[in-house]
Design a protein around this ligand. Sequence first.
Ligand code: GLN
Length: 455
Amino acid sequence: VQALLARADAQRSLGAFLSLDAEGALAAARAADAALAAGDAPVLAGVPIAHKDIFVTKDQPSTAGSKMLAGYRSPFDATVVARLKAAGTVTLGKLNCDEFAMGSANENSAYGAVHNPWDTTRVPGGSSGGSAAAVAARLVAAATGTDTGGSIRQPSSFCGITGIKPTYGVCSRYGMIAFASSLDQAGPMARSAEDCALLLSAMSGFDERDATSAERPPQDYHAQMLAARDGASAARPLEGLRIGLPREFFPEALSADVAAAVRGALAELEKLGATLVDVSLPRTELSIPVYYIIAPAEASSNLSRFDGVKFGHRAAEYTDLLDMYKKTRAEGFGPEVKRRIMIGTYVLSHGYYDAYYLQAQKLRRMIADDFQAAFRDCDLIAGPVAPTVAWQLGEQGDPLQAYLADIFTLPASLAGLPGMSVPAGTGAHGMPVGLQLIGNYFDEGRLLHAAHALQ
Ligand code: GLN
């Protein structure tokens, strides 16, 4: 832990950490040492991790990457944080992210950009950019992330690590600062599917404090990952596994380097015994307008709590209550957050609700139905995570361009399905490319099994 704290300090220019908790980490490491010596250590005793700053923590600041929460201290730990602590992990600190998890490059953080460790002139992806960079730069063994429309999978892809967004409801959202509640889901980002499986087992499970938490018994994802398939051999561990390739995930516009890396990984999966089948997700393109109506709508409601009264930033000078609200929110929120609050408020307003929000909800259902039709012909779905490798810092000025690049991650988010990013080699400029694997509801074990076989 001492070595990692020194390393994090030396790598400060990456911008991955927003805060370090040296004292807390060393105390947790000593406790883990004692438990290991006594022979009653929890499963992840001493494993150094860090949390995306969207999870609230009692002992460290929680900012959500926003000026609105500068200096904010939570009176409690998020369930995911508490469970990983109970499993013995040592938390080094809190990780940079896009403001309220809105973004795809970590450039929307009020605390500055994160640099991709593979090429520091490039973005790490987002919104869990600090998490991906910290794992890729070996500042921590693993990190937590959250994924609303791709924020675990896309930065994992851009930084060459493994990340899984579980089925909606698998990880508790209690203490996760809300962006779009019907989509937000936590998950682990690590060096391998095996590490992800161990972390996911510790951080997941029913929580009565989250009304959307799935009521299921605790899962051992590591055991599920290792479970042999009927008829499979050591050489062909994926024998009998049908992997669907949606034709919409391989459009003409997909950059050639990404397509080649993904095809390479698919060929490996075939060698391991899997069968590739053609499937279709006909509403893939519609997932962009659908997501960018539903997510801002929910955000506009969730972010109304930041009013300068209950917590966080409050304008220093104001005339009356309304003026205080206005000045606080004008000062506290960055441009992308304001843009989404305005879009969300618009699509929910009288006269536009039916035209936009209701239509988006109907299409969301149809997108989920399309997946169920595809899963009649396959067990897992595969494709790229993102249409390109990580771009240059400051290169993408137009928010609409960033929205369009979410095309391959949004469908699984809207359907609530589990998805992961697995390293699939490199593309242009020697930058990493991720293979996306999507499973049916609660099929994380099978996803991890396939990813593990590939690694
Ligand atoms: N890039 C998407 C957005 O900006 C997804 C973000 C996320 O998953 N938190 O909303």
